[in-house]
Every structure is written in C-alpha cells, then in structure tokens.
Design a protein around this ligand. Sequence first.
Ligand SMILES: [Zn+2]
Ligand SMILES: [Zn+2]
Length: 282
Amino acid sequence: MELTLLGTGTPHPNPLRAGPSQHIQLGDSSVLVDAGSGVARRMVEVGKHPVELDYIFITHMHSDHTIDLAHLLISGWIANRPKPYIIIGPPQTREFVDRLIHAFEFDIKLRRLHDRVGDDVMNVNVIEIEDGGTFTGTDWQVTAIEVDHGYVKPALGFVFEQDSTKLVISGDTAPCDAVIKAATGADLLVHELTQGRPANEANYMVDPQGNQLQTQPEIRNRIADSHTAPDQLGILAQESGVPRLVVSHLPSNFDEAWATGVITSTYKGDFKVGHDLLQLTI
Ligand SMILES: [Zn+2]
Ligand SMILES: [Zn+2]
C-alpha cells in the first residue's frame, strides 16, 4: 500500500498546501480520498493522472474536500479515459455529482467529450455509503466509519485494508471513539488537525500572509468543536496504540514545532507532519 498526501491544507487557499486529498495505490487500484483544490495538478506531479483513477472516495460534503471533483472528472475525459468513474461517498454524493455534471454541461457539450470517450464512460457510477458500509476492491477492502464533524452529518472516515495492512484516514473530525477504535490495530493513522497555534493566540483563521480572516468567537468555537487540536490528537493516538501517525488538514499559520511538541508529549509512536507530496509505504 502506497500513500501519497496530495493536499494537506484547509479551505483557505495556501500556496504551500493544496486542499485535502490523499492518493492510495492498492495493488493495481488507483484510489483517491477527497478532491481538494489542486488535486489534479498534484496527481500529475507524482506521475499519476485522473485518466487512470479507479475509485474516488469522498469523506463529506464540505467544499474543501470536493471542490476539484469537476476538474478531475473532465481532465480524465479529455485524456480519453477508457472507463467510467466510480465515486464512493456519503448520502448526498449522488446529488452533488449530478449537479456538478449539470453545471458543466455546456462545456461538456461544447467539447463534445462524448466523441472522445463515449457516453458509457461518462456515465459516472456513484455508490453511497454509510457508517459500517464496506466496499471490496480486487484484493483490498474499505470500511466507512462515521466520525464527529460537528454539524456536518454525515461525515466519514475510511479504513483501508489489504492483506494484513491497515490504513485509517480520519476525514474531518473532532476527537471521536470511531477513529480510536479504527486506529487500534492499524499500521498508520492519517488524522486531521485544525488548530495550528496555541489556543490563546486565537488566530488560527488567517490567510497565508498572516492576516486574520475571522474574529467572531462563536464561529471559532464551532470550528474548534468539529475538528481536533494537537493536545487532543496526541492523547487519542496514544490511546489507540497506532504505531504511525501523520497529521494533515493543516492551517496556513501552522506552527510545526509547537504542534509537534504538543502531540509528541503524549503520543510516543512514529509521528510525522504531513506535507504535500509526502509518500509513505505502509
Ligand atoms: Zn469539513
Ligand atoms: Zn476540511
């Protein structure tokens, strides 16, 4: 199992971090989890291409996880993709994909994409999945777990298993038992992290130049309640016993030294801060 972090950022545009996306090579299967901003470009940077994708998993409907789905689909079709896309995500995924294709219908007709790839290839196959649902690939399996992303319901994480190897992608979530349970016995946990600086600085909503974007405390609190802070992550990862932890979904003003110090004060496994294009063998 080969994992590539394609995008490790958040909804806020960041020249250093594309939007949330992970690529997983599972034997012959080319698998994507989430389609954040810049994902198609990042794929090409690591020698992958949307034309080759077998499965696209979506964790939840927040735009930072879906915003480049149209770019992925159309890029594959333009490059003479030979097979339909298979998109697997929570309820709402089918409607979202239908609306997306409708939104780009004018472009699709203008380009006469059907002449390049055929209507059968452009017939996107959407599979909606809920907590505990599974999907089986050639020699691998994935299980959806419902995580706690506050007011975003449903929000999923995914557990990929191949032979005796197990990878957990948390999706966006506050600390939750579902992730701890899934990570227990796993080889690697990729977990989100939203707070990038000490809470008393209260300025984790900033643009890449450090300008504060959001000051209303109720919005800050809602964000904090639906994501995971470094102290919480260290504790939950240690409790799960997972031997390797990578953090992703990192804010523009992420203080790597501070967050690493907080997390590793409780988590004693192999810890890495995620960055775009980081590749790991599991
Ligand atoms: Zn989210
Ligand atoms: Zn997000």
